[in-house]
Design a protein around this ligand. Structure first.
Ligand code: ADP
Length: 437
């Protein structure tokens, strides 16, 4: 038992004892006890009333001094109040710091609840996207950022990536919006100004497209003359080899220019059309058939697990298959094999090219779709590669809302899988295909 409680108990027992003694002296112990008990109760009531009055006025004055249970309660209460005050002051200071730092951020930050209603936002959100800090509180965020792409992003619920939308406040401005879920059902919408980045990448694209376009005509003239020289019997023998080498290099330059132009075209066009239907099994079979007569190369097989068709551009999907198949043939020895397959299951449609070739080290896989990236530039050049094939494949797949998944084991082979969402799979009846080997 604590000291204060002991004191309280002993004090009351002593008072009651004194009352009983007085009662005994005057001939009635019970009356003596009753009178002292009433006096003790009266004193406690008085203390209780003073405590209640002190609580109301927050002034304890001399009440907090002494070591009675009431004084202890007064001082403990006063101490707790002081602590709460300090805590509130610190909390306010911290909040101010957080507010100041979030307002200093160049990117917009908006806290949303699970119904996408605005809880709070920083100054950059005001500047970049026109949010009003007080007036827009409680509004759904898509009522302020009125962009169909953003509305579709919220609706999809897939926040693993960001989206780019045009700025509602700056003409020709662009914003990158990304939602990050946190805590219990809270969402943080981050908005970044990417106008400059987009402008630079448009300039780069334009430059590459213009340069490639300008190189085309001189290259056509040079390769025309070289073709004539190579076939001309009057050309001295000592010139024949250099002419053939120049012709090969011009062909290579023509290929680079054509692929760069194709990349520029893909980069500047939007999503692939969804009204065209592509017969994937037909394309795979045609790709295999075109390889039939070529000797000394790996065997090509086709596995059509599904007859479903794909909504997209037939020419572009054909280019994907050609690029993946020509790579597989290039990097697979002649005794190896290549499997072209198409299947549709509950979560996605898969177009895969699997080979038993040289494979690729793990560290290079993330870089394969970069322009001009080659694991072994010498070998790729010898085989006629320019390092743009997989970049083209990636762009075509992006236009078809698809992803490229690369799995490979050095020395054993590689699998390049194009993962199409089911929304791209056509429901219409497929065209019957002749050969499915
Ligand atoms: P390239 O024209 O050089 O083949 P790509 O962009 O098509 O350019 O491919 C990039 C690089 O990826 C190639 O240089 C090669 O190193 C590697 N690669 C692509 N496909 C395969 C494959 N099936 N097996 C092994 N390596 C591959």
């Amino acid at each position: 038992m604590s000291k204060v409680r002991q004191q309280l108990l002993i004090g009351h027992l002593l008072v009651l004892g004194a009352g009983a003694l007085l009662g005994w002296i005057y001939g009635d112990v019970a009356i003596g006890l009753l009178v002292t008990a009433l006096a003790a109760l009266g004193w406690q009531l008085r203390q209780l009333i003073r405590f209640e009055a002190a609580l109301r006025s927050y002034s304890f004055g001399s009440l907090k001094y002494g070591d009675s249970i009431w004084s202890q309660m007064y001082s403990r209460f006063a101490h707790q109040r002081q602590r709460a005050r300090d805590y509130r002051r610190n909390y306010r200071r911290l909040l101010k710091e957080v507010r100041k730092s979030t307002n200093a951020m160049p990117d917009g930050g908006i806290v949303l609840n699970r119904d996408f209603e605005i809880v709070l936002c920083n100054k950059a959100a005001q500047r970049l996207a026109g949010f009003r800090r007080k007036k827009d509180r409680g509004q759904r965020v898509d009522n302020i950022l009125r962009d169909p792409v953003f509305a579709a992003y919220l609706k999809s619920g897939d926040f693993s990536h960001g989206i780019e939308i045009s700025s509602p406040t700056v003409q020709n401005g662009w914003l990158l919006c990304r939602i990050v879920p946190y805590g219990a059902d809270q969402l943080l919408l981050l908005i970044q100004d990417i106008t400059e980045r987009r402008r630079l990448s448009a300039m780069r694209r334009e430059f590459v497209a213009n340069a490639s376009h300008e190189l085309r005509s001189p290259l056509t003239v040079v390769s025309g003359y070289l073709d004539t020289l190579v076939e001309d019997t009057d050309v001295p023998d000592s010139w024949r080899k250099p002419c053939e080498q120049m012709q090969q290099q011009t062909l290579r330059m023509n290929k680079i220019v054509a692929e760069l132009l194709e990349l520029s075209r893909l980069e500047s066009s939007g999503a692939a059309p969804a009204n065209e239907v592509v017969d994937i099994c037909g394309l795979l079979t045609a790709a295999k058939t075109s390889q039939r007569d070529v000797e000394a190369q790996a065997k090509v097989e086709v596995d059509c697990g599904s007859r479903s068709q794909l909504q997209g551009s037939a020419a572009e999907i054909e280019s994907v298959i050609d690029n993946l198949l020509s790579n597989a043939l290039r990097y697979t020895p002649s005794d190896g094999s290549i499997l072209l397959s198409w299947s549709v299951d509950d979560d996605a449609a898969r177009l895969s090219v699997t080979d038993t070739g040289i494979g690729i080290e793990d560290e290079y896989i993330p870089r394969l779709t970069e322009r001009f990236f080659r694991v072994d530039p010498g070998r790729s050049r010898e085989e006629g590669g320019v390092g743009l094939g997989l970049a083209i494949v990636k762009h075509i797949l992006e236009r078809h809302d698809a992803d490229l998944v690369i799995e490979s084991t050095p020395g054993q082979g590689s699998r390049f899988t194009c993962l199409f969402p089911l929304s791209r799979v056509a429901l219409s009846e497929p065209v019957p295909i002749a050969g499915n080997t």
